[in-house]
Ligand binder design. Structure first.
Ligand code: UDP
Length: 361
């Protein structure tokens, strides 16, 4: 417990509601932050789109929902796309509500990867902190973050160094990693299960490469995740013999980890500078070795030859070769690494230090 608890206002992603899966890894990250901050003794108010819910172990947090039209995700727009806000858009409403509550709070922690909260930061009294959830997927977002970093470096947090390297920061990046409730992930000692892949089914996640590896090994690939792009999913499905992919759908964390833990290897194939890669750490939490492209966050999360194998990005032959070497990896190494580096308790403390130091800056 901290000596001086803070009252913190968290802003959720403007994509979907918490629990929908539309917000990708941000949803789970948000829950870990809420839980971590509550356990330290802070007071948390979450401002989120209508329909959002927190799990029972976060019930001490207050949740305020607002209604409005969903924002378009930057990752699926042209790199040079301008900022657009739909009529009756949710983004200004989230911000408006958070600023109103912040009058009686110590700080705002924003999880929207969006222009408006970043831009407004220097002009408002409440101290707004931003946990940036993606790399530079838009020129406007990149230059907005670069610009804010010049005057408010201490307000910007990142998940990994690789992610932060997409931005021109004025000092060392504040790298916070991520955190998971590891007691909710069961460790499994299996050596001969199927291959697994998880993530939003969208081009930046590179599912097609994992599918090619499974097909060439005559293996089954279990695939979990929300379909962000129907056409892309159908094209991949048609590209391999039937039965290669087992579409498992989008499961809640309990069911997801139950199935994930049965895999002998987890394949991760990002085509973008992945900010962290929650699914990589979740696989390791279940004891599943990860074979990943050495790109973005997964390149920092997988320890070569210890918790899995990293291969040069987009090299499908090396990916296939690495999959055939997963039996060399001790599954206990994976679980141990998740416990050492990615518990929600430690993540909550890192967020706490970042914000308490940043408030003083
Ligand atoms: N996920 C889930 N159920 C599933 C598949 C995935 O809850 O069946 C979650 C997973 O726990 C992770 C998120 O989807 O938190 C994907 O996050 P990641 O950081 O891997 O990628 P992002 O979508 O943020 O780019």
């Amino acid at each position: 417990m901290v000596a001086k608890p803070l009252r913190l206002v968290l802003i959720s992603t403007p994509l979907g509601f918490v629990g929908s899966g539309r917000g990708g890894g941000v949803e789970l990250t948000l829950i870990s932050i809420v839980k971590g901050l509550l356990e330290i003794g802070h007071e948390v108010v979450l401002v989120a789109p209508e329909g959002s819910a927190l799990p029972p172990d976060c019930q001490k947090a207050e949740i305020i929902t607002v209604n409005g039209k969903e924002q378009a995700g930057w990752q699926h727009q042209n790199f040079y796309a301008p900022m657009t806000i739909p009529l009756d858009g949710i983004l200004p409403k989230l911000l408006e509500k958070a600023l109103e509550i912040a009058e009686s709070s110590d700080a705002i922690l924003n999880l929207c990867y969006d222009w408006l909260p970043l831009w407004i930061t220097p002009y408002v009294k409440p101290k707004i902190f931003h946990l940036i959830s993606m790399g530079a997927v838009s020129k406007l977002m990149q230059s907005t973050i670069n610009h804010l970093a010049k005057s408010h470096h201490s307000r910007l947090g990142f998940h990994t160094n690789r992610q932060a390297s997409d931005f021109h920061l004025t000092g060392e990046p504040i790298v916070l990693g991520n955190g998971f409730d590891l007691k909710k992930y069961n460790f499994r000692l299996v050596k001969d299960g199927p291959l697994g892949w998880a993530g939003r089914i969208a081009p930046e996640k590179g599912l097609e490469d994992a599918v090619k590896v499974a097909a060439s090994l005559g293996d089954t690939l279990l695939v979990w995740g929300i379909v962000d792009d129907e056409k892309y999913a159908a094209k991949i499905d048609a590209s391999v013999p039937s039965g290669t992919i087992q579409w498992r759908g989008f499961l809640n964390t309990h069911n997801f980890q139950e199935e994930l833990g049965t895999c002998r290897a987890f394949i991760n194939t990002p085509k973008w500078n992945e900010a962290y890669g929650n699914v990589v750490m979740e696989a390791m939490a279940c004891g599943v070795p990860v074979v990943a492209y050495d790109r973005g966050g997964p390149g920092e999360l997988v320890k070569q030859g210890v918790t899995g194998w990293l291969v040069p990005p987009d090299d499908i032959n090396q990916l296939k070769e690495a999959v055939s070497k997963v039996a060399d990896i001790e599954r206990t190494n994976c679980r141990d690494w998740a416990i050492d580096s990615a518990s929600y308790e430690a993540f909550g403390k890192r967020i706490h230090f970042w914000i308490t130091n940043g408030i003083k800056a």
